[in-house]
Design a protein around this ligand. Structure first.
Ligand code: ADP
Ligand code: MG
Length: 272
């Protein structure tokens, strides 16, 4: 990464989101600046309520921006029409915390995957080719397509559903993937698998991954770059090593102290 030229793919300037007015006024995201480059894994770390999901919704164009600008591949983002939004979503996609909320429950899994192929301009491919693509996407996430055909999302486990989300991303091949707490609803074993799949997407497709988490240990494990968010503000950012091994902000130090032994090997001699 470091010796390659940095190509900006998603930038924000003074990005702000205010919910409500007067007594209910909440500044969820407060004049945030960032520069995400192509092929980087960027973590946004902060406690619950720090504004991470609101920021990701603004990046995805799922909620309005109160103030500030978003630049996509160097150009000011324009999602003012349906057509422009559809075009933008070819470039940026998401995996959410709760996979159960991400699917239409009455939509079979085949249709979920077929939609992705159609969105990528594959509508006119042969039935066999479509089947081949769907099978490939499922095997990328260690699912067996043959076992999934004709099933509904609610017939899968949480971990399987989360992997199906990633199979969608494999087919859609967006330039940017926003993963908002994608592992918080799954067990530790599925967590490691899902993280490895995300990293594989980056490695094989040079995808930029924005990984949103409250867990600074996970952020250190997966990311090149870390942004620390507190009460809607970015309090510190830099390479994962800079920020986590040599934190400057008190808030970052506190997040790290909550995760003892983040990078040192466990010292078993002190146990028992
Ligand atoms: N739709 C909404 N309407 C009003 N306030 C909201 C809404 N969504 C989030 N908030 C508030 O914005 C702040 C940031 O929330 P959120 O972005 O969900 O943080 P995080 O994802 O880091 O937990 C919180 O104070 C939350 O209560
Ligand atoms: Mg959140």
């Amino acid at each position: 990464m470091s010796d390659e030229k940095k190509v900006p793919c998603l930038n924000g300037k003074g990005l702000t989101k205010i919910y409500g007015a007067n007594k209910t006024r909440t500044v969820a995201v407060d004049k945030v600046d960032f520069e995400f480059n192509k092929g980087e894994v960027i973590s946004i770390v902060g406690e619950s309520g720090s504004g991470k999901t609101t920021l990701s919704k603004m990046l995805l164009g799922l909620t309005s921006v109160t103030e500030g600008e978003i630049y996509f591949e160097g150009k000011k983002r324009d999602i003012s029409s349906r057509k422009k939004r559809a075009e933008y979503w070819k470039g940026i996609q998401a995996v959410f915390q709760d996979p159960f909320a991400s699917y239409n429950m009455f939509y079979k899994i085949d249709s979920v995957l077929l939609d992705c192929i159609n969105m990528r301009g594959g509508k006119h491919l042969s039935k066999e080719k479509k089947l081949e693509l769907m099978t490939e996407a499922c095997s990328f996430v260690n699912l067996k397509f043959a076992e999934l055909t004709n099933k509904y999302p609610f017939e899968l486990s949480g971990g399987q559903m989360q992997r199906l989300m990633i199979a969608r991303i494999f087919l859609l091949k967006p330039q940017i993937l926003i993963a908002d707490e994608p592992t918080s609803m799954v067990d530790a074993c599925s967590r490691a698998t899902i993280l490895d799949m995300l990293l594989k997407l980056r490695d094989e497709n040079n995808m930029t991954i924005v990984f949103i988490t409250h867990d600074i240990g996970l952020a250190y494990y997966v990311s090149d770059v870390v942004y620390i968010m507190e009460h809607g503000k970015i309090v510190e950012h830099g390479s994962a090593d800079e920020v986590i091994l040599n934190p400057k902000a008190d808030y970052t130090k506190r997040l790290i102290s909550d995760v003892p032994k983040i990078y040192e090997p466990w010292d078993l001699s002190t146990v028992g």
